[in-house]
Design a protein around this ligand. Structure first.
Ligand code: CAO
Length: 276
């Protein structure tokens, strides 16, 4: 899954590539793969060699929505930021990194993975979190470096820079190198569950589905009797789907990591308590 210099030079050339797609197909035709499709073809074919498993859970984000509203009120009143507001993504990314501190194996990679006797795990200090981005040229995965040392605002600023450069196919080579784990938020387009594919230079990827308001049971105090009664209330939820390399990661590790991340996102005060 390692991205080579040639891949990047090809990516930069995408803008100059003639777009072969026309919505109206008047006759059958053969077209070569685009440069990004060629890169996906190679990376994803290598991923096929990884025995992987999936794991999904639902996170309730009502508290996070309230926290993000507060953050965005603060951003609107300060003119020190290069962005007008933050999306959920910088908070997802930061909390992912905080949860990762207790599960360094998920930020590792397998070297010489073809042979169990030769294989080693490389543990990596930096959380260089890859962000799957849907751009006019296609899917790209630049990463935000050293997330463990950055604030949510710094991450928002990095993400904004990558999104703007991504629209112009102008993301610098360095931003594609040395990613350690990936996050994919497909929910902004739609969909609930995803089956993300882990790349050979990483051991875990997580994907986020569309936030939806759904009915859920909750224990609520009855105003008259003071007793707890079960009621159906509306909750904002996302589903998170993981894919991990089963040669070195077991399901219990991913389930525990997910519980940690979920706890931070469902109770954002815990996230702020973790920050320096
Ligand atoms: N569900 C519902 N709404 C969501 C959401 C989700 N899961 N995630 C973000 N949103 C909202 C944002 O909050 C924002 O709304 P507001 O303006 O009201 O706050 C809106 O969607 C757009 O956000 P954005 O454009 O700023 O994007 P972002 O920071 O949330 O995400 C990025 C950035 C790069 C992850 C996203 O643009 C993207 O490209 N996603 C697609 C990833 C992809 O293709 N994955 C598949 C990989 S496998 O082929």
């Amino acid at each position: 899954g390692r991205i080579t210099k040639e891949d990047i030079l090809n990516y930069v050339a995408v803008g100059k590539e003639t777009q072969p797609f026309s919505k109206e197909i008047v006759e059958d035709k053969l077209v070569p793969l685009s440069i990004i499709q060629k890169s996906m073809f190679k990376t994803m074919s290598r991923s096929l060699a990884i025995p992987h498993f999936g794991y999904s859970d639902e996170y309730v984000l009502d508290n996070l929505i309230a926290s993000r509203n507060l953050i965005n009120d603060y951003v609107a009143k300060n003119n020190q930021f290069s962005f007008g507001k933050i999306s959920f993504m910088p908070i997802f990314i930061k909390s992912f990194s905080v949860a990762l501190k207790q599960f360094p194996i998920l930020n590792a990679c397998v070297t010489d993975g073809d042979d169990a006797n030769m294989a080693k795990l490389k543990f990596r200090r930096s959380h260089n979190i890859g962000i799957a981005m849907d751009t006019p040229g296609g899917l790209i995965v630049p990463n935000i470096k050293n997330v463990q040392a950055k604030s949510i605002f710094e991450i928002a600023s990095d993400l904004q820079r990558l999104q703007e450069a991504g629209k112009r196919n102008a993301i610098p080579l360095n931003d594609f190198q040395e990613g350690t784990i990936t996050l994919s938020n497909i929910g902004i387009i739609g969909g609930t569950f995803l089956s993300p594919v882990v790349v050979s230079s990483e051991v875990c990827i997580a994907a986020i589905g569309k936030m939806q308001k759904v009915p859920r049971f909750e224990d609520v105090k009855d105003e008259v009797t003071g007793q707890l009664i079960e009621k159906v209330v509306g909750k904002h939820v996302i589903t998170v789907s993981f894919c991990a390399d089963h040669r070195v990661i077991d399901g219990a590790t991913v389930a525990r990591f997910s519980q940690e991340w979920k706890n931070l996102l469902e109770n954002p005060i815990l996230l702020s308590a973790e920050l320096r």
